[in-house]
Design a protein. Structure first.
Ligand SMILES: [Zn+2]
Lengths: 481, 498
């Protein structure tokens, strides 16, 4: 399996053409995706035009492109002016944005070739990619199982080798959880590190775009391209961006790794626990020191998260009403009927469930008890973590309580699905970076991920630790058959 | 026997003022009145998926200036909130506004009350928000939406219920318009709908020591001062009549209501009850950062505020002896007032003539060309030079006016009036010998008038004026009439004693 680093290098050096790399990704999609269902749209025309543009460049111009000719897949909630952006929702089925997201522009500028848009849980709401109006996405390690979600399509594109890298978005674990379930690297950056301009909002104070890759090095390479200031996003910070690739090779001797009991309690599957503990042994072997820490507020995370995320979502999704764009019901009488019929027809059940939850949480008389209280808990959770990071550099944990589950297994139990987010949502609530790195396989041969969380803007350090772990292990080299 | 009634109208106002920023509140689209529908839009103001708002700092600063001019306190921490409601002209189906932390609060504006007393109207709050678009219903069979106006910055000003009559509301609103224009924060054009008013009105009725209050009526979306006055007048009567017809028509029992103003019928019309308060589900907009201000910054903004029109008027009256009416006229336009202040430069001696020239010749010329006085007048220095030349007798008053008119024709700027007067041969002769010679000449040539002055009781008074005129003629208008008059009087006296 070829890495983004190698592809880019050979295109830069003139040993491969961008058209060839684009075509090989397009071929891989054509061969595999009918069965895997990772893509909702393949941008062949755009991809080949971009590839030809790169090949036509003067050699010294092409040498500056850090992702020259590298095929990449984008979650279909990231705006692309050359392809529809549907959020896997019927309500945006025909929506083609007149503009591209900040990250889309950055990728095109860096020479990446966007080959397609990937499936997700509708509006990124879900943990299995089953809540899609488009198609079923299958886990390449076991095609009867979910790839996780909501960025399931992007995870599968990378896990199956259709593209070496992909972008997803993470509101409560939507990058890390599918990365863990499909055995790839996934990173959610610090809130504000990557511009959200052009990312269709779910929970605005939680959403972050981040990379998927097979290797930590590729994830760092991709983060280098997308991170940084953007005047179009007021929440995007202008702090200097580290060179995430440059610091990868530093030794991790003396790094303090925090282990919180709260992340290894009831509900954690043995197969997952075993692999995560083995990974911690490996890190100790590499010179890191593990420290027991307490994160007593972890248990409030789920409730807090599902109030804030749904409240913001209920407001963010108010605009889909059939008036200006998107699905409009054909058999509505007056304007109010048109609103409700368009939304009734356009949204799937999970999205409706969350809009109702969020609307309720913001309603007069309930606001203080729900939304406001949740915001206070959020502050406390953040403080909890800040205290922890005064003592340790990284906090390690499992990403999910268990490995990939069967398609349809949890569809009738939304609460069980919500509870599986327990390890990932804290990073979103606190706005800190967190990543998933493959750390082995459970008894059923399904991938397990190790989560690393760090203080705000510590992406370089997280990537460094993960890279050191990865070069001394070979889990990432195993590919699904 | 019916107990006598006294009634008191109570009015609070909500006023929206559109700010005159170059671009919209949260995107870079131009603010332009009358552009082709939907041509001044972008993903942000269209509320497209994935777009994000970015605050226009100029709109915030202008709001702070306005709030300070209304004597408001300025919030040290304020934020943006989403106000949710569905309407086709509101593409996000929420409006970005400021809910519980307005940028300005606890201010006041004074208006002229009865007998020269001023009345204080307290300002409860002033906050910034985005305007919605416009629904167009003029195409049969369908409704269209124009989103050019979407995202226009609006300052919403809310007063305390301190207004007790329609005329005071009228005066307050016109005063606010003047202030907005004065500060340069808004064009405040009524024709362009840049100011909208919503008076909340009820009446306190006292009957034999018992007090009743009618329910509050909010008259929506008024767009002229006259409508504000008429609607309040109408409501003050209607509410009393409704109460007389049904004594349960009181606050708390009957519900508050929204009403609309029908200008044709000169009456308000019931729209809806406010019984079921709409739940706007306000919450802080996670896409925007809170805005903080420091006391130092607020002070610096306050220092840069122009003197308010009222204060300036009072100063012109007291410092320069202008009449209240003249002062009002000069202050009405900030540019005019600033030019006056710069040109008069504290010299009271110049003020009277400057005022009469500004409000006379200059105003006429400006009105003819639909310009303001300050744009047709020359620069403050040149303008002062001219007035000083007249005051010092370098040119006489009519020559001064002639120079001014000529200068205004080739619009303004720096003008060397001394040179101009020399070129036009208008500089008055100060040489008394020369003037005495002209007097001698006129006396010789006009013996009849001289005789009248000496011995005709009927014409003795008018004769010196006639002779002065003749001297001016002979001199070609260059003689100083003051000196000439003195010389003629002395000569007549001399002839009488001979
Ligand atoms: Zn715009």
């Amino acid at each position: 399996m070829t890495t983004a680093r190698d592809i880019s290098k050979s295109v830069r050096d003139g040993n491969a053409t961008a058209v060839d790399t684009a075509k090989s990704a397009l071929n891989a999609i054509a061969e595999q995706d009918e069965e895997l269902g990772a893509f909702v749209c393949v941008c062949e025309e755009h991809a080949l035009a971009q590839a030809e543009r790169i090949d036509a460049m003067a050699a010294d111009e092409r040498k500056k492109l850090s992702l020259a000719g590298v095929p990449i897949a984008l979650k279909d909630n990231i705006c692309t002016e050359f392809a529809p952006t549907t959020c896997a929702s019927k309500i945006l089925d025909t929506f083609k944005p007149p503009y591209s997201a900040h990250v889309t522009e950055k990728l095109v500028d860096a020479g990446a070739i966007i080959v397609g848009k990937t499936n997700l849980d509708e509006f990124a709401m879900g943990s299995s990619t089953e809540n899609s109006a488009k198609c079923i996405t299958r886990n390449p390690w076991d095609r009867d199982r979910v790839p996780g979600g909501s960025s399931g399509g992007s995870a599968v594109s990378v896990a199956s080798g259709m593209t070496p890298i992909a972008l997803g978005s993470d509101t409560g674990g939507s990058i890390r959880q599918p990365a863990s379930l499909t055995g790839v690297v996934g990173l959610k950056p610090t809130y504000g590190r990557v511009s959200r301009y052009g990312l269709v909002a779910f929970g605005s104070s939680l959403d972050q775009i981040g990379p998927f890759a097979r290797t930590v090095e590729d994830a760092a390479l991709l983060l280098n391209v997308i991170a940084g200031a953007d005047s179009r996003d007021s929440t995007c910070v202008s702090a200097d961006v580290d060179d995430y690739v440059a610091s990868l090779s530093e030794p991790i001797t003396g790094k303090k790794i925090g282990i919180a009991r709260e992340y290894f309690g009831e509900g954690l599957a043995d197969g997952t626990r075993k692999q995560v503990e083995a990974a911690l042994d490996k890190l100790r072997e590499l010179g890191a020191e593990t420290v027991e820490i307490k994160l007593p507020l972890t248990k409030y995370g789920i409730a807090c998260y599902y109030l804030i995320a749904t409240a913001e979502a209920s407001s963010n999704l108010a605009r889909y009403d059939g008036v200006h764009y998107g699905h409009r019901s054909q058999d509505a009488g007056d304007i109010v009927e048109m609103y409700s019929a368009s939304r009734e027809e356009g949204f799937g059940p999970e999205v409706k469930r969350r809009i109702m939850l969020g609307t309720y949480a913001l309603s007069s008389g309930y606001y203080d008890a729900y939304y406001l209280r949740a915001m206070k808990v959020r502050t406390l959770l953040r403080r909890d973590l800040e205290n922890a990071f005064a003592k340790v550099d990284v906090i390690c944990s499992p990403v999910t309580p268990d490995t990939a589950f069967k398609i349809g297994e949890k569809s009738s139990d939304p609460l069980a699905m919500y509870l599986a987010d327990v390890y990932t949502i804290t990073a979103n609530l606190a706005g800190i970076p967190a990543m998933s790195v493959p750390c082995g396989f459970d008894g059923a041969g399904l991938p397990v991920g190790l989560q690393l969380m760090g203080p705000a803007f510590s992406e370089a350090m997280l990537l460094n630790v993960a890279h050191q772990y990865q070069i001394y292990t070979n889990h990432h080299e195993r590919v699904p058959s | 026997m019916v107990a006598s009634l006294t009634t008191k109208t109570i009015v609070g106002l909500e006023i929206h003022v559109q700010l005159a920023t170059r671009t919209k509140l949260f995107c870079g689209c131009a603010l332009e009145f009358g552009a082709t529908p939907n041509s001044r839009t972008c993903p942000v103001c269209l509320g497209l998926p994935g777009s994000l708002p970015v605050m226009n700092r100029a709109a915030f600063d202008a709001s702070v200036r306005f709030a300070l001019a209304m004597n408001c306190k300025i919030a040290t921490y304020t934020k943006w909130d989403r106000k949710s409601y569905y309407y086709p002209d509101l593409p996000k189906n929420y409006q970005i506004s400021q809910y519980d932390l307005p940028l300005g609060y606890e201010g006041y504006c004074d208006i002229d009350g009865d007998e020269g007393q001023s009345k204080r109207i307290r300002i409860r709050r002033a906050h910034l928000e985005e305007d919605a678009g416009k629904n167009l219903h003029d195409v049969p069979g369908c409704s269209l939406v124009d989103l050019n106006r979407t995202g226009t910055p609006l300052l919403e000003i809310v007063t305390e219920p301190d207004i007790d009559c329609a005329q005071d509301a009228f005066d307050f609103c016109t005063g606010l318009q003047k202030l907005a224009v004065y500060l340069g924060v808004s064009e405040a054009s009524m024709q362009k709908g840049q100011m909208r008013f919503e008076p909340n009105i009820n009446v306190e009725i006292t009957r034999g020591g018992e007090v009743f209050r009618t329910p509050i009526a909010e008259v929506k979306n008024l767009n002229s001062f006259r409508a504000v006055r008429d609607a309040i007048e109408y409501e003050s009567k209607r509410q009393v009549q409704d109460w007389l017809a049904d004594e349960d028509y009181v606050f708390g029992k009957a519900s508050n209501e929204n009403r609309g103003w029908n200008a044709d019928k000169q009456m308000t019309e019931y729209q809806r009850s406010k019984e079921a308060a709409h739940d706007y589900r306000y919450f802080p907009d996670p896409d925007l950062m809170p805005v903080t201000t420091t006391a130092d910054w607020v002070d610096s903004v306050r220092k840069e505020l122009p003197e308010s029109p009222t204060v300036r008027c009072d100063r012109l009256v007291s410092a320069f002896g202008l009449s209240q009416g003249d002062a009002d006229l000069i202050v009405a336009d900030r540019g005019d007032a600033e030019l006056f202040d710069a040109a008069v430069d504290g010299d009271k001696k110049l003020a009277k003539r400057m005022t009469s020239l500004m409000l006379g010749a200059a105003k006429k010329s400006a009105n003819d060309r639909e310009l303001t006085v300050s744009t047709v007048l020359p620069s403050a220095t040149s303008w002062q030079q001219l007035v000083r030349m007249v005051e010092d007798g370098v040119v006489n008053a009519s020559a001064g006016e002639r120079l001014l008119l000529e200068a205004m024709e080739n619009t303004a700027g720096e003008i060397d009036f001394e040179q101009m007067a020399k070129d036009r041969n208008l500089v008055q002769v100060q040489d008394v010998g020369q003037m005495s010679a002209w007097v001698e000449q006129v006396f010789t040539e006009n013996d009849g008038a001289v005789q009248d002055a000496l011995s005709n009781p009927k014409k003795a008074k008018a004769a010196p004026g006639f002779l002065t005129g003749k001297v001016m003629q002979v001199s070609g208008g260059k003689a100083d009439p003051k000196v000439v008059r003195q010389l003629i009087a002395a000569k007549i006296k001399e002839m009488q004693t001979e």
